[in-house]
Design a protein around this ligand. Structure first.
Ligand code: AN7
Length: 348
């Protein structure tokens, strides 16, 4: 039914708020028995598959509210900087409402599917010769000068809408997980989930809170190393971010929940992506696999207790980044169109 309708009473939605809806949210919480086994006895691992959102990532949960509120305020254009998914989401919602959308992307560093989406949805796509952090500064200045609605997560409605992910997890599990594992880039989503869990606790819908486990790519891990990273680099381009805007909120989430930040290498991310696909049946983009990589790392280090329930947010669809996927898998087996050739393969 869409996030605005589903959680209307928990969101700043009034009768003046336009009814924006691409049927986002209500994504599957998938139990992953084979992958769970890798993490220990009695561990229950669930993936919240945000790749099922209309633009293929979790960004839709907050974008629907940000765009609705922008329209309510009379804005007719939105602007954002993005490593790819925010731009795809902003472009989709802007298209659905017939308003303009400007997106600033780090030139050459956005996964193909995301670029295709922004262009197909009809956004004005601007490739900035610089990294995401610089593009974000420019977008903020551009928004100020033009009066376009800024729809990055500095827009408070984005993070409020993203709380719905935590609410859905609790609604389905009937409780909060013990651990909540999540990739961290600009650090908005971990902050939103923490706020969402806390709100549900205050409302008496859950009785405990999860440990918030945030995972970053080693080459872009400002929260792990506790300082901005001037030249972030990682194959997980979605989280190629060196100076997270919501760093303070994310730090609070981790310390209040008794959680931690941890980093994983690109190699570990790609390994986790293959495990999730080949043993879970779920294809998520590289950034989304940082949490599984991190959980496997903690398991190896003896730091993952048996018997716990873990949710991890699979933030984006694997189809968004076919290049990275194809670079690590084999080619199809080509045969002549004869039964003989086929039997040679099947008989192997
Ligand atoms: C798949 O689209 O920042 O820590 O500009 O696309 O809330 O930033 C994307 C971030 C994780 C990190 N997984 O979330 C953008 C952008 C995926 C993402 C993150 C992103 P935040």
């Amino acid at each position: 039914m869409g996030v605005l309708k589903h959680y209307r009473e928990l969101l700043p939605v009034t009768e003046k708020t336009p009814d924006v809806n691409l049927e986002e949210g209500s994504t599957p919480l998938i139990y992953l028995p084979r992958v769970s086994k890798r993490l220990g006895d009695g561990v229950k691992l669930y993936g919240k598959f945000e790749g099922c959102n209309p633009s293929g990532s979790f960004k839709d949960r907050g974008m629907v509210l940000a765009v609705a509120k922008a329209l309510e305020e009379g804005k007719r254009a939105v602007i954002c900087a993005s490593t790819g998914n925010t731009s795809a989401s902003a472009a989709a919602y802007a298209a659905s409402q017939g308003i303009s959308c400007f997106v600033l992307l780090p030139a050459g560093k956005v996964a193909l599917g995301k670029l295709a989406q922004a262009l197909m949805y009809g956004a004005k796509v601007i490739a900035v010769k610089g990294n995401f952090d610089r593009a974000l500064e420019l977008a903020r200045e551009g928004a100020e000068k033009t009066g376009c609605a800024m729809v990055n997560s500095v827009n408070p409605y984005r993070l409020i809408g993203q709380r719905s992910g935590a609410w859905e997890i609790c609604d389905v599990l009937g409780k909060a997980p013990d651990w909540h594992a999540i990739p961290v880039g600009n650090a908005g989503n971990i902050s939103a989930y923490w706020a969402g869990y806390n709100e549900y606790k205050k409302l008496g819908k859950i009785s405990s809170l999860p440990r918030m486990m945030g995972f970053q790519a080693e080459g872009a891990a400002p929260l792990v190393f506790n300082k901005p990273c001037p030249n972030p680099e990682t194959i997980a381009t979605a989280i190629r971010i060196g100076n997270p805007v919501s760093a303070h909120l994310a730090r609070a989430a981790v310390s209040e929940s008794g959680g931690e930040f941890n980093s994983v290498t690109d190699e570990q991310i790609l390994e986790a992506q293959r495990i999730l696909a080949a043993e879970g049946g779920v294809f998520a983009e590289p950034a989304s696999c940082a949490p599984l990589a991190g959980l496997l790392k903690l398991k190896r280090a003896g730091k993952l207790p048996d018997g716990i329930t873990i949710t991890m947010v699979l933030t984006g669809n694997g189809l968004k980044d076919p290049d990275t996927a194809m670079s690590q898998v084999g080619k199809p087996i080509e045969i002549n169109d004869t039964l003989e050739d086929l039997m040679q393969v099947l008989g192997e």
